[in-house]
Ligand binder design. Structure first.
Ligand code: NAP
Length: 479
């Protein structure tokens, strides 16, 4: 079994607690590694080293910082298979999806390197004579990046690349479910010779060290991806020092299938979104509204595709297209939602249980529920599993109202060939992202940000990168 160390000030070191927690392979239930449980003292050490290193890092021209990022991206591609296998082992997604995640992370890093020469301030015309107004765009300092388990490498890259290119230093806190990939990631990037202290990794249960990270006065920003519940706690913790936050939280993405839609396309995209990473994706379809006139045709197509999904251990079996959920608690949560929906009147047409041929691991069958109602938990709570609840509607106004009737507002999708409907929904949907006639999946140069309880701030593209900058102004009066 592997035993890891944390990464502080350019070195792999023991935690001050001397304690470890276990990381489990969700496909086999086997313990795969021991990872140090950090303390407040370890967090303070990481922050201190990062503050020291960042003072130098911000002085390096951005184009030189970009050289480091480009080298990191190259190293990641070279190590994609190795790191991908680590992701599959601790997180469960099939190996090709995990390798793709690593390559995507490399793309994200390369993309941010391209921004180096475009992080610009402004000169604003003054209302006073002989005066210049300079707007500066500067790094914030130390950025804590708190990462979930569902896409551990991709989200890590999504946070650290914009932080580093804009001249910040980072403290990474991976999920306790998936710390191995973060520690292997820094082992790889250590080879590019980044200055010591500019990237650090501390591990341990968020409930135990999260507060130490968020309330450390040396941390200038916390960028977080995870659940709404933890987002609330992070806001509370960051309030202590008025620390800047960026929160990418949960979702309950609606998919609307109109009467005129390309049904084949809609079914393919919706099923694809639902079974990728076993439905553990913040923007995957979480509830479907299908026009009553095409509901039967749509359901038949969905069932055909769902039945083709092969569930199993994505590391041991290359034919597997869907892996396990992250842990047994997640399986119980999903199963309870399904059982409750059936009790409330939904009809189970596929799945609804653990696969019989898999004796170990956290697996759940691809599941389809019809006759769902808006007030059922399965239509309101984030499922984060391979369950597709379907409900019918009659008019586009009704569909839009149902889609917006949620405390979440991350993403939505719409299938129609009617431009009038497309614009009506595009202009009125209450989500940060809308996908029309295509499967969910954000672009690295887009902007991924939630409305309502789905978050504050956002990631990706120019707008996401600017989150990592402090804007300040200098007034210069001359004679
Ligand atoms: P989570 O339970 O909220 O955990 C996320 C991270 O927060 C983990 O590293 C966790 O550490 C840490 N944490 C827990 N308590 C903390 C505290 N008090 N202070 C600071 N950090 C703390 O979320 P998850 O289960 O890993 O991820 C699934 C959720 O993420 C879903 O809701 C999903 O929708 C959301 N998500 C959103 C996006 C987006 O872009 N909007 C993308 C992906 C996922 P431990 O693991 O040690 O508890």
């Amino acid at each position: 079994m592997r035993k890891y160390k944390i990464f502080i000030d350019g070195e792999f070191v023991e935690s001050s607690s001397g304690e470890y927690f276990e990381v489990v392979n969700p496909a086999t239930d086997e313990v795969i590694s021991l990872v140090p449980q950090c303390t407040e003292e370890d967090v303070a050490r990481a922050v201190e080293s990062c503050r020291r290193a960042q003072k130098e890092w911000k002085r390096i021209p951005a184009s030189k910082r970009a050289e480091y990022l480009k080298k990191i991206a190259t190293k990641l591609v070279e190590n994609a298979e190795k790191l991908g296998a680590i992701v599959t082992e601790e997180q469960g997604k099939p190996l090709p999806q995990a390798i793709n995640e690593v390559k995507r992370a490399a793309e994200r890093i390369e993309y941010h390197a391209e921004w180096a020469r475009r992080i610009e301030g402004e000169i604003v015309p003054s209302d006073n004579e002989n005066e210049n107004i300079f707007i500066y765009k500067e790094p914030l300092g130390v950025v804590a990046c708190i990462i979930p388990w569902n896409s551990p490498v991709s989200i890590l890259a999504r946070k650290i690349a914009p932080a580093l290119i804009t001249g910040n230093g980072v403290i990474i806190k991976p999920s306790s479910e998936t710390p191995n990939s973060a520690l292997e990631f820094v082992r790889i990037i250590q080879e590019v010779g980044l200055p010591n202290g500019i990237v650090n990794v501390v591990c341990g249960r968020g409930s135990e060290i999260g507060k130490a990270i968020c309330t450390n006065p040396g941390v200038n920003m916390v960028t977080f991806t995870g659940s709404v519940e933890t987002g609330v706690r992070i806001m509370e913790q960051c309030a202590q020092n008025i620390t800047k936050i960026s929160l990418e939280l949960g979702g309950k993405a609606p998919a609307i299938v109109m009467e005129d839609a390309d049904i084949d396309l809609a079914a393919k995209c919706i099923v694809g979104s639902k079974v990728t990473n076993a439905g553990q994706v913040c923007n995957c379809v979480e509830r479907v509204y299908v026009h009553e006139k095409v509901a039967d045709e749509f359901l038949a197509r969905v069932l055909e595709l769902m039945k083709k999904v092969t569930v199993g251990d994505g590391l041991a079996d290359p034919t597997v297209t869907m892996g396990p959920l992250i842990n047994h608690k997640a399986v119980e949560f999903v199963d309870e939602l399904v059982k409750k929906a059936i009790k409330q009147g939904a009809e189970l047409v596929l799945g609804g249980k653990k696969p019989e041929h898999l004796k170990r691991g956290c697996f759940y069958e691809p599941t389809v529920l019809v006759n769902c109602k808006q007030n059922m938990d399965v239509m309101r709570k984030e499922i984060f599993g391979p369950v597709l609840p379907i409900m019918t509607f009659t008019t586009s106004e009704e569909a839009l109202e149902l889609a917006n009737d949620s405390e979440y507002g991350l993403t939505a999708s719409l299938y129609t060939n009617d431009l009038n409907v497309a614009f009506k929904v595009a202009n009125s949907i209450e989500t940060g992202e809308l996908y029309i006639n295509r499967q969910q999946g954000e672009a690295i140069n887009g902007y991924h940000a939630g409305w309502k309880k789905s978050g504050i701030g956002g990631d990706d593209g120019r707008h996401g990168m600017e989150e990592f900058l402090q804007t300040r102004v200098v007034y210069l009066k001359y004679r």
